[in-house]
Design a protein around this ligand. Structure first.
Ligand SMILES: CC(C)(COP(=O)(O)OP(=O)(O)OC[C@H]1O[C@@H](n2cnc3c(N)ncnc32)[C@H](O)[C@@H]1OP(=O)(O)O)[C@@H](O)C(=O)NCCC(=O)NCCS
Length: 195
């Protein structure tokens, strides 16, 4: 069965909190945090876009984007362990990047644990490049975050090839280590929702 992507709704929150605890045991989001994020999605002037992947009645993945002043930020992305490696992470990220394009984001940033190789590989396949390190970003583990940036999210995708060198942008408050960029595409999300 193929998971279907659709906009996240308030009634999805308990299932997502459950997944959060499985996937991020040290710093899982609470239902209050998700309520607060959803309150900023799905209406005129929205600054968030949240999507879930549903298989039958089960939520097997989710992701969220913040878009403010032309800059996107991947807030979260998670896939149920028994669905890892099926391409669902890539579908969710593709959907977020289409939303970022609809929000007219010139670039998209994210933080990822320096020890999270799997997620970093996913982001690299889409053209995200390391731009800095945030020391001790993940507490209580005191693990650093790698800050990654994708310029021009409209051109991204898991097969995005041509990358061009870009200027020396560094995430605010992060130690610079590099930059990158990609190409063009359309802004229709897989859920069909206008962010
Ligand atoms: C990171 C995460 C979202 C990736 O999700 P995913 O669904 O496994 O991602 P994908 O399937 O799209 O890609 C992952 C791997 O599967 C492979 N893959 C993709 N499509 C596939 C398919 N149809 N068949 C087999 N393998 C496939 C990819 O090549 C990739 O392999 P590689 O990374 O070894 O090169 C998931 O591992 C997760 O939820 N992790 C815990 C939470 C987390 O760390 N989130 C990120 C926080 S920054």
């Amino acid at each position: 069965m193929t998971a279907r992507l659709r906009p996240m709704r308030w009634w999805d929150i308990p299932a997502i909190v459950h997944l959060e605890h499985e996937l991020f045991p040290q710093d899982a989001w609470s239902s209050g945090m998700l309520w607060s994020e959803l309150a900023q999605a799905g209406h005129p002037g929205a600054t968030r876009y949240y999507v879930v992947a549903e298989e039958g009645e089960r939520i097997v993945g989710y992701a969220g984007l913040m878009a403010v002043a032309g800059e996107g930020d991947v807030q979260t992305i998670g896939v149920a362990r028994d669905h890892w490696g099926t391409g669902l992470g890539a579908r969710l990220l593709t959907d977020l990047l289409r939303a970022a394009t609809a929000f007219e984001c010139g670039d998209v940033l994210l933080e990822v644990r320096v020890d999270n190789d799997r997620a970093q590989r996913l982001y690299e396949r889409f053209g995200f490049e390391p731009v800095g390190i945030r020391r001790g970003y993940y507490q209580p583990d005191n693990v650093d975050a790698l800050v990654m940036r994708l310029a021009d999210p409209g051109g991204s995708g898991p097969t995005a090839g041509a990358r061009k060198p870009a200027g020396g942008a560094t995430a605010p408050g992060a130690t610079a280590i590099g930059t990158g960029s990609t190409t063009e595409a359309n802004a229709t999300t897989e859920t069909g929702e206008t962010p």
